[in-house]
Write a protein that binds this ligand. Structure first.
Ligand code: B16
Ligand code: MG
Length: 216
């Protein structure tokens, strides 16, 4: 049978969180807000607009919509400057073998990401052609834990939710997959991602027999 394997982007396929951090930190500094790597954890899987709100709340800053829009553009331009030179080396360890194995087994692969920059990242890392469907921040109105992004992906692939498997590094993403009755696989720390059906520290811990067990 054909299953849909839906991958989150940041924290699962690539570690763009480090670039998001640098760009948010630059903006925070300009606004006189202290922004640490610990704070950045709270922004994982969260939309760009919500991320700015969290940072402004951190600094106790109330801003006009005009200022917010300006800062969102500024942050994204800065973020994109870090992506200029990325290539396949940006793909996290163990991910490519899993993607290729799924292709070999004729399984369906989708992206389910909150990022509006997902397509250029998949292009630059040379894996966009492995995806049968892409759903990203440009397609959805409701952020995770709302399951919209994963529901759209399964629908595009014509696969039922029960036959869909989601790889996620954020708690909100795991919750979204669970709400959709999909199989949730957490990538990261077991304590943080305990709501996931399965948890792996990273893709190097995922072996062929586990993937087989998901397919059949
Ligand atoms: P952008 P994911 C998310 O990607 C990131 O984890 C999150 O930190 C970011 O704010 C969000 O994308 C929006 O990204 O500013 O590029 O539209 O984990 O859902 O793949
Ligand atoms: Mg993520």
């Amino acid at each position: 049978s054909k299953k849909a394997f839906i991958f989150d982007l940041d924290g699962v396929i690539v570690d763009t969180a480090k670039y998001h951090f640098l760009a948010w930190q630059k903006l925070a500094q300009e606004l006189g807000i202290e922004f640490t790597p610990e704070h950045n954890e709270e922004l994982k899987g969260v939309s760009r607009v919500r991320s700015l709100d969290i940072i402004l709340e951190l600094g106790g800053i109330q801003a006009s919509q005009e200022d917010k829009n300006k800062w969102l553009i500024q942050k994204n331009e800065d973020y994109l400057s870090y992506l200029v030179d990325i290539d396949e080396n940006e793909i996290l360890p163990g991910v490519l073998p899993v993607l290729h194995y799924l292709k070999d087994k004729n399984q369906l692969i989708a992206l389910g990401s909150a990022s509006k920059n997902a397509r250029p990242i998949l292009e630059k890392t040379g894996i966009i052609n492995l995806f049968d469907a892409i759903v990203d921040g440009n397609d959805v109105t409701n952020a995770k834990p709302d399951p919209e992004v994963f529901l759209q992906a399964a629908k595009k692939l014509n696969v039922t939710n029960e036959n869909s498997i989601v790889f996620e590094d954020s708690v909100a993403g795991i919750q979204a997959a669970n709400i959709a009755n999909m199989t949730s696989i957490g990538i990261g720390e077991a304590t943080t991602l305990h709501e996931a059906k399965y948890i792996f520290e990273d893709f190097t811990f995922i072996d062929v027999s586990f993937i087989e067990s998901l397919i059949y």
